[in-house]
Design a binder for this molecule. Structure first.
Ligand code: SF4
Length: 294
């Protein structure tokens, strides 16, 4: 809302002629919106190629300070406007939502370019979010790849017009004046893929049904030919893994007589140690016999 001084004079309230040049009558909403729309401070961060156009928009040729946007803040706590300028990767969406939560109300989000609006050329890519609106409430979308500085300016002016239409008397327009603190947007979790905590119930249900399907598959009888191949492979593995035969006399030499030493030595390392000791004992016996003969 650009403040039109002529309009302010045309009021239904009677103003003495001599005071017309000194008194302006307007609504609280208009005054409030006028203050907000002309001091939108964007947060200073860029994500990809679109950020270069955003920087150009701030430079002298286009100069978005003419519209009150010039104070780009390097901290979310002093910013009103988040310009998502570039490709939003699944890794980056986590800090973006965290930064958004740190911005004070009222706050706005502008999705700049095809990537931030819907994934752009990387849509459905393994590492790219298909639109910032999946995670944050976007107020204005600016199309283009990349959008020109003029397009970004147009988007910013569209945001100003949106603010003009808000009324302080309407709770839906200004929810930040509601009762109690606003709920923060759930921060996505980056695991093997990005997980939105708001969809956790659905993800859990899908995982449970998938697990049940897997269990049903596991219990199903395999075809006869597959069973034969599997049985043959198991037998060959068992033969290959069978321990080498050890002379029982040699074992008796090393181990205390009686009992079943192999069943007691469950641990595989223990079995190996005993086998090595047995071989050593056999060699020692042979050497002793050769000495006697000699
Ligand atoms: S929309 Fe185009 S220019 Fe902007 S970040 Fe994506 S690929 Fe780059």
């Amino acid at each position: 809302m650009e403040l039109n001084l002529q309009e302010l004079k045309q009021t239904e309230f009677p103003v003495p002629v001599e005071l017309e040049d000194n008194i302006a009558i307007t609504s609280l909403s208009q005054l409030y919106n006028w203050g907000r729309r002309n001091s939108l401070w964007p947060m200073l961060f860029g994500l990809a190629c679109c950020a270069i156009e955003m920087i150009a928009t701030a430079s002298s040729r286009f100069d978005f300070s003419r519209f009150g946007f010039e104070v780009m803040r390097a901290t979310p706590r002093q910013a009103d406007l988040m310009i998502v300028s570039g490709t939003v990767t699944k890794k980056m969406v986590v800090p973006i939502v965290r930064l958004y939560n740190q911005m004070p109300e009222p706050k706005y989000v502008l999705a700049m370019g095809a990537c931030a609006s819907g994934g752009g050329p990387f849509k459905e890519g393994y590492n790219v979010v298909s639109g910032m609106d999946k995670y944050l409430p976007v107020d204005v979308y600016v199309p283009g790849c990349p959008p020109t500085p003029q397009a970004l300016l147009y988007g910013m002016i569209a945001l100003q017009r949106k603010i003009d239409g808000q009324s302080i008397a309407n709770g839906d327009d200004v929810p930040w004046y509601g009762v109690g603190p606003a709920e923060p947007t759930p921060v996505p979790v980056l695991g093997p893929d990005i997980i939105d905590p708001r969809q956790m119930d659905m993800i859990r249900r899908q995982a449970e049904s998938a697990a049940m399907e897997m269990a049903a598959l596991g219990q199903r009888e395999l075809p006869a030919a597959t069973q034969m191949v599997a049985a043959k492979a198991t037998t060959q593995e068992a033969v290959a893994a069978a321990p080498a035969e050890v002379d029982s006399d040699a074992l008796n030499f090393v181990l205390p007589t009686g009992g079943t030493p192999w069943s007691e030595a469950e641990d595989i390392r223990e079995k190996r140690r005993l086998r090595a000791l047995a071989r050593k004992a056999v060699r020692a016996t042979r050497r002793a016999a050769e000495t006697d003969e000699g």
